[in-house]
Design a protein around this ligand. Structure first.
Ligand code: MRU
Length: 365
């Protein structure tokens, strides 16, 4: 089995090639069968790759949008800032329209925008270079941030460790290495444990397959298994049984947007997992960089929830359509775990506990 670093290198979610003419992504729609990278050159290709989940996961979406904006801004043919900025804004707004829920997309694009404005008095060439530097910073910071989340989550795992017994961890969807720049968020505690010398058999990760797009089966099971961690895949409706049987000690999930009151939107089904965890008295943690916390959104009810093509429910993955022609299908991509169900939100700055708005303030978020 390849070392964990070799594995991370093989599945880097987003890269900026040396020629800076495109954004290089791992096409996540082809996993786990095919590991294939593609280069996105145009704004339409970028938009489409985000929309179709070729690149997905809140932090990875943010990094690809930042790289993409830098690449596209570099092609703007303008001699003064106002005409440069007009085109820059058009590209930014277009990329921002690709997906509505993960706030990291808007956060990364706004950070690039603020950077452009902060150097508006410089030459256009120098502004373009600054944008490349900023995008690279967003990517590099994401690695450090998820490693910090990993350390904090690893602390929780250490507290649960009992001699001769593996720790049962349940996760939903994919908040792993391929959803971020390196460690993932929900997987960061496990990868950090490996870096601290734990064996893959010290833990046992139960991955919800995560209907309808199967990010748990195709992506999380793929990456944890390849990293040498004991991994089991189950259908989403089996989580309750696992919890009842005492197999789950802790739940770690990722997040697309945390509201000011701590309500946390993540892949559809997360709210059900949180309710189950509360029922069985299992600690339920959201793992999220502070860029996922949106203090401008008051509660989960204010988070825009992406609705996706009903065909993802009725047809995708089946040899032939499995639902009656013409049937209505409900396909929200996200839901939110209410703050009262959440034990803690692990950010790179510390673990926030209720009341969350106060905790965010104390952590300097
Ligand atoms: O629709 P997706 O696959 O982009 O949804 C992803 C999730 O819900 C992840 O759990 C979340 O973005 C956190 S990624 C570190």
């Amino acid at each position: 089995m390849a070392s964990i670093d070799e594995f991370f290198d093989k599945v880097i979610s987003v890269k900026l090639p040396d020629d800076r003419q495109s954004v290089d992504i791992l096409d996540q729609t082809l996993l786990p069968g095919t590991i294939k990278r593609i280069n996105l050159h145009t704004k339409e290709e970028l938009w489409d790759a985000i929309k179709k989940l070729k690149v997905r996961g809140a932090p990875a979406i943010g990094v690809s949008a930042a790289y993409g904006l830098a690449v596209l801004a570099n092609r703007i043919d303008a001699s003064d800032f106002d005409s440069f900025y007009k085109e820059f804004k058009e590209i930014k707004d277009y990329l921002a329209s690709s997906r509505p829920t993960a706030v990291n997309l808007f956060w990364a694009l706004n950070r690039m925008d603020d950077k452009a404005l902060s150097v508006k008095d410089q030459s256009i060439g120098s502004i373009k270079e600054t944008l490349f530097t900023e995008a690279q910073k967003i990517r590099d910071e994401d690695v450090a941030i998820s490693r910090n989340i990993g350390e904090l989550g690893f602390g929780l795992l250490k507290d649960l460790k009992k001699e001769g017994k593996e720790i049962g961890i349940l996760t939903h969807c994919n908040a792993g290495t391929i959803a971020t720049a390196k460690y993932g968020t929900a997987t960061a505690p496990m990868y950090t444990a490996l870096e601290h010398g734990w064996a893959g058999s010290d833990m046992h990760v139960y991955c919800d397959e995560t209907r309808p797009l199967l990010q748990g089966a195709r992506l999380t099971a793929f990456e944890l298994y390849n990293a040498g961690i004991n991994t089991t895949l189950q259908c989403d409706n089996m989580a309750s049984m696992l919890m009842k049987q005492g197999k789950i000690d802790i739940v770690f999930v990722g997040c697309d947007r945390v509201a000011k009151n701590g309500d946390s939107a993540n892949k559809i089904g997360t709210s059900g997992v949180a309710i189950l965890a509360k029922h069985y008295g299992i600690p339920f943690y959201i793992c999220a960089p502070s860029s996922t916390i949106d203090l401008n959104t008051a509660t989960g009810n204010d988070i825009p929830i992406e609705m996706r093509d009903p065909e993802e429910v009725t047809t995708m993955w089946y040899k032939e359509r499995m639902a009656p022609e013409g049937i209505d299908a409900f396909n929200p991509a996200f839901d939110f775990a209410e703050h009262g169900l959440i034990t803690g939100i692990i950010t790179e700055k510390g673990i926030a506990t209720a009341p969350f708005d106060k905790a965010f303030e104390e952590l300097g978020i």
